[in-house]
Design a protein around this ligand. Sequence first.
Ligand SMILES: O=P(O)(O)OC[C@H]1O[C@H](O[C@H]2O[C@H](CO)[C@@H](O)[C@H](O)[C@H]2O)[C@H](O)[C@@H](O)[C@@H]1O
Length: 373
Amino acid sequence: MTNQNVVISDTQSGFSMEIVVNICEPALFPQAVPKPLAAPSGGSGGGPPIIWTKSSVKKLETSGRINSWIESMRASSPTRRSSSSENEEINKSWMLHHPSALKMFEEIINISKGKQIVMFLDYDGTLSPIVEDPDRAFISYEMREAVKDVAHHFPTAIVTGRCRAKVFDFVKLSELYYAGSHGMDIKGPTKGHNYRKGNQAVLCQPAREFLPMIDEVYKTLLEKTKSIPGANVENNKFCLSVHFRCVEEKRWAELAEQVKTVIKDYPKLKLTQGRKVLEIRPTIKWDKGNALEFLLESLGYANSNDVLPVYIGDDRTDEDAFKVLRKKGQGFGILVSKVPKETNASYTLQEPSEVMCFLKRLVEWKKSSLRRY
Ligand SMILES: O=P(O)(O)OC[C@H]1O[C@H](O[C@H]2O[C@H](CO)[C@@H](O)[C@H](O)[C@H]2O)[C@H](O)[C@@H](O)[C@@H]1O
């Protein structure tokens, strides 16, 4: 029996979700096994997760056997490793393709020789552990110091789905670049060696025109979801999050339905999914990948071969940035995850504490190389 993570993507709507299919239980998902829906990549028993095309998903849906929304919501935050021996095999194979950035530290350092490292850090699940209350996702003192040290040696940006002001309230480091609202709200440092006169102004807000619409939808969603205990709507300025981490599972369908009903009146907004959260954002083609490119350009590395961008993140939205790096053939992504996931990242770290170790090692290496020269 094998549990296989399946990523469903609809490139048109931008909606993507991950479900877990039990390969050897045809009674649950009969269409997931036989040949007609054979996956384009991966397969049962190991390797990367299967990516189903839109049409194969359609077949699953029309079979009436799968409520993709709910399955997707269930699978939206797998945090524990399963202990079965087959899953152990999957984990091993995955780790082989996406080794630990700590174990590969020397290799990473070698790649960086003669290049300027630029650090991109996601916030939730990367710098702070995932907690039930989004307002209490604090960064630890030690992590903050590690980020501060990194920013002292390398240009550093926090790229987050959060509202930029909120993440700044958590981190409180003026020497960083901040890209809030999934990269739709970028601001430069106001102090430190990356500070340049003029940078303190907002650098980029490509979804400005959506502000009134987002505000309106926020109010409507607050109203529509208030009868569902545990539902929490977060205003991230250029996008919204509807959290269901604290909602009883039996009410997830109702919540998803409410959200879908509200969104259908706004064709210029799209719905994506993160870790136990539904995210509403403008349909503009601007994501964390664009933010990364924009920041590299702002730093003067648009067409440079002397730069090594390193992006660390845990969520599906971070995949947009991993993808950009892979496409550019420059730098690499590090996925924070304990469980195998389809990813464009090259390396992995298991949890925020490992992210902190990685950042500290980077600083130690930089300091020792400065002492040598
Ligand atoms: O891009 P990120 O920095 O990873 O932000 C993505 C979302 O993170 C937050 O939600 C997640 O973390 C919460 C606190 O640990 C957790 O309760 C929630 O279930 C997670 O989805 C944030 O609250 C969202 O607004 C961000 O979009």
